[in-house]
Design a binder for this molecule. Structure first.
Ligand code: N01
Length: 553
């Protein structure tokens, strides 16, 4: 890179220049943004990360609601870039809770002196590409201006919350809290709480709120498929064994479908067995499976993931299990999923979700039977009754995978807006770069395995791929790289093709993977389901082919 100028232009002496310049500008300071700072700096690039939050951590800073927990084993949901870090950090549980992950990320930030290149409380609002200078002009909400040869959007897949438009909400005199913007200082002991939403966040928070609320009302639009997490305190022997073989663990992650090695002996979920077909099973076999596997009984059959009839039989098994656990028959019936298959939405892992409905202070409101009419100043009016509450908790999801990109006004060389193309269902080449937007990279963007795999190895892989690419450009005196429209379209077709035949795209499936929770968002399957290992191979082939599908200049 010819930019001696850009290496020195970050003014640290208190003067405020009109425009400040770095080689790589990173948006976000969660798992991805922090590693980006580390990696680009290590390679000699100047780097600056902007983070909207008051602290680092991304997802694990914002989602501090009671019960927030990762559904990937801690020993695998961790950085691999530093063998020393791997040895130093001790995980206390198999599935880490939010506060432990947040502590880990803060430890990493200090351990590698990352904070000096992270600017908190700063939202990137827009950017445009200067074709002549091959540079991005970036604006923040602080009105300062930055120039960067490269921009890396480390903005997360689930970072822009959806707030439902409930009539009368502004008149409510109690507290409204989103799970994804949970305040650190709220005390809900003895409160009457309404919870709207029963996806992963709603399911995780339910048993926690049940323990502290005077009364908890759970407003459910669709019943969730959730499985007991089987979380447990970390077994020190397992932790020590994994630490001894971390290099093998990491290699196995990068060649596995889901970015998880399976080392570490964590009992995750019961998995399909090639010899078991639910359509061939007798009623007695089904009952035996329920006795043996509980909620996992619906998952052990080989035909459930691909055959809609088999899937419906598995759903019926799941419903039977709900009725076994939940004592009130009407509540159990409402909590029994209907109308969409297992494997359509992200599986939820819980810690006592269904059991919470057996408590006297928990009531399920089935919105299919009793819709919300409006929020009042003292509570919620449904079609059947008025429910007085002190607090309204919204666990209503995210504008997934593209929301954080559409929120920023990103304009390419001809003034075209990325948000317009995303609305049309545009998918990035390898989930890494959009045609027409040179030198702009997305971490775990639409078209990457991302949310279908372990995010941390995915993030590390992307940042390493990008940094190798930047070094490639620097060594050849090249100033820009951009995916071609042809390669991008071919990849977008591959992403859709890979999902065909799965329950993710079944006619009856409406999920955030498909953008179905956002009115007007085009129905496109956004993540790549072909497997993380296969994806890593494809990315390497692109590099080996001299960045095949990309144009450099
Ligand atoms: O969001 P969701 P989430 N009125 O979209 C309901 C990750 N995550 O935050 O299904 C009434 O899944 C909506 O109803 P319906 C994980 O990848 C991981 O829970 O659309 N209800 C649904 O029940 C996860 O998949 C972890 O009918 C309304 C809920 O709100 C992803 O984040 C923990 C409504 C939204 O569920 C998103 O999970 C937490 C309305 N107007 C999150 N609008 C772990 O690692 C929406 N809903 C374990």
């Amino acid at each position: 890179m010819d930019d001696n100028q850009s290496r020195t232009a970050v003014i640290e002496d208190g003067r405020t220049p009109s425009t400040r310049t770095v080689d790589v500008l990173v948006v976000g300071a969660g798992f991805a943004g922090l590693y980006a700072v580390y990696k680009f700096r290590q390679l000699g690039f100047t780097v600056r990360a902007f983070e909207a939050g008051e602290a680092i951590g991304g997802t694990w800073y914002w989602n501090r609601y009671p019960g927030a927990r990762c559904d990937v084993p801690s020993l695998e949901y961790s950085y691999s870039f530093s063998p020393e870090l791997e040895q130093e950090w001790e995980w206390s549980e198999f599935f880490p809770a939010q506060d432990e992950i947040e502590r880990y990320l803060n430890y990493v930030a200090d351990r590698f002196d990352l904070r000096r290149d992270v600017q908190l409380c700063t939202t990137v609002v827009g950017m445009s590409f200067d074709e002549c200078a091959k540079t991005w002009h970036v604006d923040t909400d602080l009105d300062d201006k930055w120039e960067a040869r490269f921009v890396v959007m480390a903005t997360g897949c689930l970072s822009v919350p959806v707030v439902p438009k409930l009539e009368g909400m502004s008149s409510f005199e109690g507290k409204v809290i989103q799970t994804s913007r949970w305040p650190s200082d709220v005390d809900l002991d003895g409160a009457r709480i309404a919870l709207v939403g029963t996806g992963s966040s709603g399911v995780q928070i339910t048993p926690e709120l049940a323990q502290i609320a005077k009364h908890l009302y759970v407003f459910q639009r669709s019943a969730a498929f959730s499985w007991p997490s089987k979380n447990a305190p970390m077994d020190p022997a397992i932790q020590a064994a994994v630490k001894q073989q971390y290099r093998d663990v990491r290699l196995a992650q990068r060649s596995s479908p889901g970015g998880v090695s399976g080392f570490g002996g964590v009992p995750i979920l019961d998995v399909p067995r090639p010899d078991k077909r639910i359509l061939a099973a007798s009623e007695n076999e089904l009952l035996d499976a329920l006795d043996e596997y509980g909620f996992g009984a619906c998952r052990v059959w080989d035909d459930v993931a691909s055959d809609p009839q088999a899937n419906e039989r598995a759903v019926e098994l799941y419903r039977q299990m709900v009725h076994r656990v939940v004592t009130n028959t009407d509540t159990a019936e409402s909590l029994s999923p209907r109308g969409y298959p297992i494997g359509c939405k992200r599986p939820v892992l819980d810690n006592g979700y269904f059991q919470a409905f057996n408590r006297d202070n928990v009531t399920l409101i089935d919105l299919r039977l009793e819709p919300i009419e409006r929020v009042t100043k003292a509570g919620i009016q449904t079609s059947a009754r008025h429910i007085e509450i002190d607090v309204l908790v919204l666990a209503t999801g995210f504008d997934a995978m593209t929301g954080a990109l559409t929120r920023v006004d990103i304009r390419g060389p001809n003034g075209q807006k990325l948000r317009d193309e995303l609305r049309e269902g545009c998918i990035a080449l390898l989930g890494l770069q959009f045609s027409g937007y040179p030198n702009l990279f997305t971490i775990t963007g639409p078209g990457s395995p991302s949310v279908l795999s372990n995010m941390v190895p995915g993030i590390e892989h992307h940042i390493e791929w990008i940094s190798e690419c930047l070094v490639y450009l620097r060594e050849r005196g090249l100033k820009s790289i951009e995916s071609t429209a042809t390669a991008q379209n071919e990849w977008a077709e591959e992403v859709q093709r890979a999902a065909i035949g799965t329950m993710y795209v079944a006619d009856t499936c409406n999920s955030w993977y498909l953008g179905a929770n956002i009115p007007g968002k085009k129905r496109v399957f956004l993540p790549y389901i072909g497997g993380f290992g296969r994806y890593v191979t494809v990315c390497q082939e692109v590099v080996d082919g001299g960045y095949a599908g990309f144009r450099t200049s």
